[in-house]
Design a protein around this ligand. Sequence first.
Ligand code: URA
Length: 269
Amino acid sequence: MDNLASDPAALLRWYVDSGVDETIGDQPVDRYNIVAKAAPAPTVERAAQPVIAERPAPAPIAFPAGDAGATHLAQAAQTVEELKAAVEAFDGCGLKQFASRTVFADGNPKARIMFIGEAPGGDEDRQGLPFVGVSGKLLDRMLASIGLTRAENAYITNIVFWRPPGNRAPNDEEIAACLPFVMRHIELVDPAVLVCVGGLSAKTLLAKAQGITKLRGQWFEYATPGLSRPVPTTALFHPAYLLRSPQQKRYAWRDLLAIRQKLNGSAPV
Ligand code: URA
């Protein structure tokens, strides 16, 4: 430690090697007070929700009221670039104040397939791009296994645009605040196939009470007024879950093949 104390660069390296990925200020922060000062919860009006058609009976939507302001901002965007600017300017999601960057999307917005994950983590927060950490590397390998790459023919985003502190799951209010933008995002990309990556994404977009284990392997139709036709939609185990439970990879492989098949069979849009 003596050497480290006299060599700031070595000390920094030692922190990084030890797994430290955040800098904490010298002064204590009253997190309860910060939460109290967060942007007001979106309660004005219930946001539009996707309509899901599929074989089992639809379950009630579990998310709280959306923000009429967010809906208006999102709907005003006529291009993905405009939507990105609107999300970056939006202060109605409490997560934003804790995050370093807005994580909007990565990949080709003209791709015929769109993947929607859960929330940015530390690596994504640092780079401003979704799925660039360890689970992102696995997602890239999963995509490659069915001939997809972000550079060419896949588009990736998340259900919230800012990293939740401590990598906790985003809560219903935070998800509801972002949902109008996510829905508009899908309308503007207008994919031939939509894939929910992980349980939270599936529960939100499919408006289902069931968990990912039940939702994966099924096809649904995601529809909103701004889409010209319902989009075939399925769910995939989250790569972070697959890293923890590699025995589930065989199901993910099966799902990837079904996604490939659906993509092959769907008419170009
Ligand atoms: N997990 C997600 O769901 N999204 C990311 O962007 C990174 C990890």
